[in-house]
Design a protein around this ligand. Structure first.
Ligand code: HEC
Length: 138
């Protein structure tokens, strides 16, 4: 047999494998699908992030009211930073807002918060902002 043919016989991309190749091929394909899902972001499936613990929620609310509020206004109506009220954010992409929070906006005063927030927490903050951010409870 020609060595090239031998190679193709075991290639996962041919459609008519020899009988022996079928299982190998199926497992390779399943592997590729899983890999593709992993790479292309199962991330986008995580639309509903599991909420942070009540304790962490309080910390995050405090952080947004105090730290973010120092630029975005204590009532989040805007200041140095733009308004973060639901009306202002409604038409923006939640994923875009999340990455603005995590990565900041280079060239503007908006700093990256990635060192302090997980991606799920940033998602949670965006969701809260879109629904009207909770007040700090004392
Ligand atoms: C040092 C000031 C500063 C702080 C602190 C700050 N921001 Fe910002 N932020 C800005 C500025 C300025 C912009 C507008 C950037 C631009 O011109 O595009 C912005 C933009 C944003 C946007 C995009 C709004 C839009 O309409 O696209 C979001 C969301 C945001 N900030 C969230 C936050 C959150 C959440 C925090 C706290 C974790 C925070 N910011 C803290 C200055 C700040």
């Amino acid at each position: 047999m020609h060595p090239r043919r031998r190679f193709f016989r075991f290639s996962p991309f041919i459609t008519k494998p020899g009988r022996k190749g079928v299982f190998f091929l199926m497992s390779v394909r399943i592997g590729l699908v899983i890999l593709a899902l992993g790479v292309s972001g199962v991330d986008s499936l995580a639309e509903e992030p599991s909420p942070p613990s009540p304790e962490r929620s309080r910390e995050l609310i405090r952080m947004v009211r105090q730290d973010c509020g120092s630029c975005h206004g204590l009532t989040l109506r805007g200041g140095l930073g733009s308004a973060l009220l639901p009306e202002a954010l409604r038409d923006k992409s939640p994923a875009g807002l999340k990455y603005t929070i995590l990565l900041g906006r280079p060239g503007t005063a908006m700093p990256p918060w990635q060192p302090f927030l997980s991606e799920a927490e940033a998602d949670w903050i965006v969701m809260q902002l879109l629904h009207g951010f909770p007040e700090e409870s004392r």
